[in-house]
Design a protein around this ligand. Structure first.
Ligand SMILES: Cc1cc2nc3c(=O)[nH]c(=O)nc-3n(C[C@H](O)[C@H](O)[C@H](O)COP(=O)(O)OP(=O)(O)OC[C@H]3O[C@@H](n4cnc5c(N)ncnc54)[C@H](O)[C@@H]3O)c2cc1C
Length: 436
């Protein structure tokens, strides 16, 4: 929220310890009092009719869902913003760092997309126990009087009262190439960085890293193997690998498009990918483990049935692969299948597993192939600078990132297959290089 003091001395300490710090910026829109919004003029945006629970411990969501409301900016507002740009710290030169590309401020949008005559604004309720509304789309660093004028010129908001004004902030982050994939800093053993300090933006990004950093700190204390998730295993794996390998040149958001194995990283199988890992390291509750074991058992039974039972010749599995068939139509075909009292998630997963088996298998093979070549470990003590056969750029980049295996090395921008071949030789047959 607004009004918090800064913690600059922390940055000073980090710099003194040898960390490199850089600056990013971000902002937030104003919040409105819902009792002063004229909803009759707005278009209602309901949520999903059948919302999918985030947690696998929740069977269904029964609470009534709250809608969002849509309105938009207009020519008058764009003129107002242009006339006041010199008063926006983001534009007057006071703040110069890079902001989040995917949630630009309204002044950014008005300048960059000057031909657009309006921009959408989603009014989102902040919660069940508050009247506050979040104005998604008009994040701003403009002063209060301009925000007041801006809001009152928007359809449905003519009488709206601002409860909290929008603002922008600039903050320090430590380029995350200074981290091992455990999120432990390379500089200070036992010190872990997670969240915005690593140049990411967002609640989920911060929470995910916090979880991994915490897990790895504990595993280190216990003297156990670290937990490093692969890019084919979890979005967390993609994010951490991107951060420590490539670094960031703008606030990092976890988009699905950053993953190359999207057929494997599905929301519907997150528990199948990660619950066994949670169980192994003691982080899955017994309730979660029990549910997961039951779920896997139901799936195995269902798949076996589909593979065995036949209808007019072909197996039910073969029937289900046909584009026009769904798990519902299979249940209509076979009383034996219909008699199974599986949960909706099991039915859905059966359909996904059978229908997409070919594509999923192909991607799994690709992962296996990559894992074999990429898994070759690089010793943590390996001195890239003392490898004269490497190109200067490769020496420089590799010693900065200090990849732990060939896979990570290959993803550093500017590292070529030829560099990897040299590296592989250093690791596997160092005597050949020395004698050359
Ligand atoms: C204005 C604004 C709007 C945003 N809007 C969104 C949004 O709509 N959606 C979204 O997903 N993300 C949003 N973000 C980004 C998101 O809030 C952050 O990326 C995320 O909260 C970062 O979490 P964190 O735990 O890494 O850091 P923080 O939440 O900043 O936590 C760091 C904590 O460390 C404390 N601290 C600092 N120094 C010390 C010290 N020396 N000793 C002890 N404690 C210390 C701080 O007080 C703070 O509580 C927004 C960010 C801002 C600034």
């Amino acid at each position: 929220g607004g009004g918090e003091g800064t913690t600059g001395t922390l940055s000073d300490d980090l710099r003194r310890l040898g960390f490199e710090l850089q600056r990013f910026k971000t902002g937030t829109p104003c919040r409105l009092n819902g009792r002063t919004i004229d909803f009759r003029q707005l278009s209602e945006q309901p949520g999903d009719a059948d919302p999918v629970p985030f947690s696998y411990l929740t069977d269904s969501i029964t609470d009534p869902q709250m809608p969002c409301w849509l309105t938009e900016t207009n020519h008058e507002i764009h003129e107002l913003i242009r006339a006041n740009l010199h008063r926006a710290p983001m534009y007057s030169g006071q703040i110069q760092s890079t902001g989040p590309r995917y949630c630009p401020s309204i002044e950014d949008k008005v300048v960059r997309f000057a031909d657009k005559t309006s921009h959408q604004i989603f009014l989102e309720p902040e919660g069940r126990h508050t009247h506050e509304f979040y104005c998604n789309g008009i994040s701003t660093s403009l002063p209060r009087d301009v925000q007041d004028q801006m809001v009152r010129s928007i359809k449905g908001l003519e009488k709206a009262e601002i409860m909290r004004y929008g603002y922008a902030v600039e903050y320090d982050f430590a380029p995350p190439t200074q981290l091992f994939p455990t999120l432990e800093t390379k500089l200070i053993p036992g010190l872990y960085f997670a969240g915005q300090i690593n140049g990411t933006t967002g609640y989920e990004e911060a929470a995910g890293q916090g979880l991994l950093a915490g897990i790895n700190a504990v595993l280190k204390i216990k003297g156990q193997e670290p937990l490093i998730l692969d890019r084919s295993q979890a979005y967390l794996g993609v994010m951490v690998d991107d951060l420590v390998t490539k670094g960031v040149d703008e606030p990092y958001r976890m988009f699905t498009s950053r993953a190359e194995f999207r057929l494997l990283l599905r929301q519907d199988n997150a528990d199948r990918r990660l619950t066994p890992i949670g169980e192994r390291i003691g982080l899955a509750s017994s309730e979660r483990v029990r549910r997961h074991v039951d779920y896997e058992a139901d799936l195995a039974r269902g798949l076996a049935m589909l593979a065995k039972l036949r209808h007019q010749g072909p197996t039910l599995e073969e029937w289900l692969r046909r584009p026009e068939m769904t798990i519902e139509s299979i249940r209509a075909l076979s009383p034996d299948v219909a008699a199974m009292n599986f949960s909706p998630r099991v039915w859905e997963q059966l359909e996904i597993e059978v229908k997409y088996a070919g594509y999923i298998e192909r991607q799994e093979k690709e992962v296996d192939r990559q894992i074999k070549t990429q898994a070759v470990r690089i010793p943590e003590t390996f001195d890239f600078r003392a490898a004269p056969q490497l190109r200067a750029e490769a020496r420089e980049k590799l010693s900065r990132v200090r990849p732990r295996d060939l896979g990570q090395a290959s993803r550093i921008s500017g590292i070529t297959p030829a560099d990897l071949a040299v590296l592989l030789m250093y690791i596997k047959e160092p005597q050949r290089l020395i004698s050359e």
